[in-house]
Design a protein around this ligand. Structure first.
Ligand SMILES: [Zn+2]
Length: 411
């Protein structure tokens, strides 16, 4: 006999949305997901979003920067907007981004069940390339929207295969010439609320019983590219004294970053990508590119952290007869979310308020619009990796919490 377990309508809708997305952008080489701005997996997940939104009677539009907006009723001023992103880091987890989008769609269902008729314009938004996994610039869609980045510089960005962002956008049906600040759209947003899987475990430390928390702030964070140049040569015939091997100072960036974490309390600094050129086993590289991700307090503190790492690396480079050029690819200052909004959401939900070291579109929008975040508990804290996880029961608490907050905001 087949046993039928009772599943709540919320749980079955969540499972169905989740299983749709589960097949899109799987990365069989790295594990997890690789969905990057305007690539095939991204276009597939964007099509999924459009279909889901239309199924709920929402009107979907693509803005000049490729961000998707699904409106419940007419767009207008003072809009309540919720949403997140569908792209991932290379080999990322299932929840980072999609959880906020799926939860937003399910919150629409929940509001309809509750008979809430929005008294203000309301939209679910999906922002382009939040992770910067393809073109290197995180929060690309929200930065373009808010004017936080020069659109000419963005159009010139290239992915590792040499495809320009302009060409990738055009292929996705977004006119690259039109990309840039969208002040009218931005001025129309009254409140932005992003639900996201927690990345870390501060929630558990704040309240071991809470499945959800409200975000308070994001520390300053940025990316730097170190180009170390030496002399390309033969691995078999070049004596130690004759070598100017850029891999020596390049490799030194890794322990220098770890030492800086010990010296600057609370700072984090990571090397996640090293590319030797030309990159042959029997070749002393001509140059090595190393990307450093650093996060600490405000921009001045983060700059001091990177300066300390750079100073160490320059000494190593000098000893090896190499040169180092450091280019800042992005830097976002510390963001404090709207304190009054955060406190009211925390009191409404009876949940703690916690900071995060992860960047988000809500952090970019917060400079212009009252913004807030909800974090859903992540048992291991692992994120940006295939093991990233949130329990379904916690995700459903997140949907209810999001619906509760939206119901209040839409009054
Ligand atoms: Zn995210």
């Amino acid at each position: 006999m087949v046993k039928h377990e009772w599943v709540s309508p919320d749980a079955s809708r969540f499972a169905s949305a989740w299983s749709d997305l589960a097949g899109i952008g799987r990365d069989h080489r790295r594990g997890g997901y690789s969905r990057h701005g305007f690539d095939d997996a991204d276009l597939h997940s964007r099509a999924w979003f459009v279909e889901q939104a239309q199924r709920r009677g929402l009107d979907v539009e693509t803005d000049r920067n490729g961000n998707l907006w699904a409106w419940w009723g007419e767009p207008g001023v003072g809009a309540v907007v919720t949403g997140s992103h569908l792209d991932s880091v290379p080999g990322g987890g299932a929840f980072d981004g999609p959880l906020g989008v799926v939860s937003a769609l399910l919150a629409v269902d929940e509001l309809k069940v509750r008979g809430v008729a929005p008294a203000r314009p309301f939209a679910v938004a999906c922002f382009v390339e939040e992770e910067g996994g393809r073109f290197g610039l995180p929060c690309l869609g929200s930065r373009l929207l808010t004017g936080a980045v020069d659109p000419d510089a963005v159009r010139r960005l290239h992915d590792p295969d040499g495809v320009s962002l302009a060409d990738a956008a055009a292929r996705a049906g977004v006119d690259p010439a039109g990309m840039g600040p969208d002040p009218a759209r931005l001025a129309g947003i009254g409140t932005f609320l992003e639900l996201h899987v927690e990345q870390g475990r501060l929630l558990r430390a704040a309240d071991p019983t809470a499945a959800v928390a409200v975000g308070s702030e994001i520390v300053a964070h940025g990316r730097w590219r170190f180009t170390v140049t030496g002399q390309g040569n033969h691995a078999g015939t070049t004596a130690a004294a004759d070598r100017r091997d850029p891999m020596i100072p390049a490799a030194a960036i890794v322990p220098a970053a770890r030492r800086a974490m010990q010296r600057f309390q609370g700072a984090v600094a990571t090397v996640g990508r090293i590319v030797p050129v030309p990159g042959g086993t029997n070749v002393i590289a001509f140059s090595v590119q190393v990307w450093l991700d650093a996060r600490y307090g405000d921009t001045a503190s983060t700059a001091a952290l990177v300066d300390a790492i750079t100073a160490d690396v320059r000494l190593e480079a000098e000893a090896e007869g190499c040169t180092v050029v450091v280019q800042r690819e992005s830097l976002s200052d510390r963001v404090v979310f709207d304190p009054a909004l955060g406190v009211s959401l925390s009191e409404r939900l009876g949940v703690p308020i916690v900071p995060t070291g992860a960047g988000h579109d809500a952090g970019v929008l917060a400079a212009h619009v009252p913004s807030a975040m909800l974090f859903v508990r992540n048992p291991t804290g692992i994120s940006h990796a295939p093991e990233e996880h949130a329990e379904t029961a916690d995700c459903l608490v997140g949907v209810t919490a999001l619906a509760d907050c939206l119901a209040d905001l839409l009054l």
